[in-house]
Design a protein around this ligand. Structure first.
Ligand SMILES: C[S@@+](CC[C@H](N)C(=O)[O-])C[C@H]1O[C@@H](n2cnc3c(N)ncnc32)[C@H](O)[C@@H]1O
Length: 286
């Protein structure tokens, strides 16, 4: 009886404004766990290697949701549909994707959009990612049932990364110079583990220019750190800071002018648009 009375007393003392602040507090805690803590914790499962963060299967399982449905719109100010449109408009017949992750945009471009892709090469140091991607692209009912997918394992920052033969059949296939109609590196540059800005990542641009055809298209996107967007987005700035501290991102010194200068140094007809905190680029020719 006395317990019931004390509960009733507590309820009667609990004013409307107390209830509002409790709800507001719970809402903020949920946002924190959803938008900061969970995505951040997922990425802590990544193994640090001399080539950068290597995503295990468990992280790749949630990657599309965490990176593209939560972080991209809420932290970086970009919608995944904008990247899908980039892929759909740039993919050529023979394409090389550097750092494909889960292959989300390749899969969607091939299944949902009209693209002329016939031969696809995937390049990543993470073989878990390469094999997952190939499996996803080989599912039945793709609009390109004859799509040939080759896998290449290596570090795009090495001086001759394309000397490694294919790790999927047929054996002894290499990437040849001037082979591709299009090459993409989407959300890769900010993960390349060089800390001195875009100039320290020049090897990637140089390697891409070696294998792209003269009139081919190099495209992708990357989060750069010098944009007004991050001054106005506390959430984006905080998550980017945490990701840099823990070796998930290496873009603390990446700037938009450096990116544009590097693209102009190695490619022709450079287009670079800002979407939120992301530089979305497309170069037509080298
Ligand atoms: C953030 S994920 C991007 C995945 C996908 N492109 C996307 O847009 O969602 C970065 C990818 O680049 C790969 N990567 C990072 N550094 C690399 C390097 N030095 N050489 C080859 N691949 C690299 C990672 O293993 C990972 O698959």
């Amino acid at each position: 009886m006395s317990t019931l009375l004390s509960v009733a007393d507590a309820v009667s003392l609990y004013s409307f404004s107390d209830a509002v602040s409790t709800v507001a507090y719970c809402y903020r805690v949920c946002l924190f766990y959803l938008f900061y803590y969970t995505p951040f914790k997922c990425f802590l499962n990544a193994t640090q290697t001399p080539r950068g963060a290597k995503y295990p299967d468990t992280l790749l399982d949630v990657y599309d949701v965490v990176v593209w449905e939560v972080n991209a719109p809420l932290c970086w100010g970009i919608e995944p549909s904008q990247i899908l449109d980039l892929y759909a408009s740039c993919l050529g017949e023979r394409h090389l994707d550097i750092g494909p992750g889960t292959g989300k945009f390749l899969f969607q471009a091939v299944t949902k959009k009209v693209v002329h892709l016939k031969d696809l090469s995937l390049f990543d140091f993470n073989t878990i990612s390469l094999f997952r991607c190939k499996k996803r692209l080989n599912v039945r009912n793709l609009s390109v049932p004859t799509l040939n997918v080759r896998l290449f394992a290596g570090d795009i920052m090495e001086s001759d990364p394309f000397l490694n033969p294919s790790i999927s059949g047929p054996p002894y296939e290499w990437i040849e110079p001037n082979e591709f109609d299009s090459v993409s590196a989407n959300f890769v540059l900010h993960c390349i583990n060089k800390n001195d800005g875009i100039p320290s990542k020049e090897a990637l641009f140089l390697n891409v220019s070696k294998v792209l055809k003269a009139g081919g298209c190099f495209f992708g996107s990357t989060i750069v750190n010098d944009l007004d967007f991050f001054a106005g987005s506390k959430r984006g700035g905080e998550v980017m800071g945490k990701f840099n501290e823990s070796g998930i991102f290496y873009n603390a010194k990446d700037t938009l002018p450096d990116l544009v200068a590097m693209l102009n140094k190695h490619f022709k007809d450079v287009h670079c648009d800002l979407v939120g905190g992301v530089a979305v680029f497309k170069c037509c020719g080298k």
